[in-house]
Design a protein around this ligand. Structure first.
Ligand code: FES
Length: 156
């Protein structure tokens, strides 16, 4: 049989043990809530966070530096096995397939005339890719372009 002193000693010890268990459960619950909120907030913040020099989060590819293409000039690039023609106007960069829709020759940019020309059969396209003259049956395909931090990105 325990004396009263032993009973008094057990009381605070048991209480202390229960409090630490309660503290532990508090931490587990708080950690679970924090993890759940983080799991919900992180995707939302990642979606809303502006692009900060790492390129767009979407499936766009960097194809050139902006200063490689003077205003009024052009550059041909390859992306995913496709030949592309980038044209820089005073306002924007435009991206077209560099493959003529007639018989597949590679088109060029005629800066002074502001036309895309096909050397094979004199097909001519405007700055929207529309056929102006010649045998091409369809416009040139165009691609979305973004310029971020001096780099040109294209989505195929
Ligand atoms: S291949 Fe371009 S006009 Fe014929």
């Amino acid at each position: 049989m325990k004396n009263t002193e032993d009973q008094n000693l057990e009381g605070p010890a048991v209480l202390k043990k229960e409090m630490s268990r309660r503290d532990f459960l508090d931490w587990v619950i708080k950690g679970g809530i924090l993890a759940t909120l983080s799991g919900m907030l992180f995707p939302a913040l990642a979606y809303l966070w502006p692009v900060m020099g790492h390129g767009p989060k979407v499936d766009m590819e960097e194809v050139a530096a902006l200063d490689e293409i003077p205003v009024g000039g052009f550059k041909k690039v390859f992306l995913g096995g496709s030949a592309l023609l980038l044209i820089r106007t005073a306002q924007e960069i435009k991206a077209f397939s560099a493959i003529c829709t007639h018989l597949g020759c590679v088109v060029d940019w005629d800066g002074p005339k502001r036309e895309i020309v096909c050397p094979c059969h004199a097909g001519v396209f405007d700055l929207e890719g529309r056929v102006v003259s010649g045998p091409p049956p369809r416009p040139l395909p165009t691609y979305p372009v973004k310029v971020i931090n001096g780099k040109v990105f294209i989505k195929l």
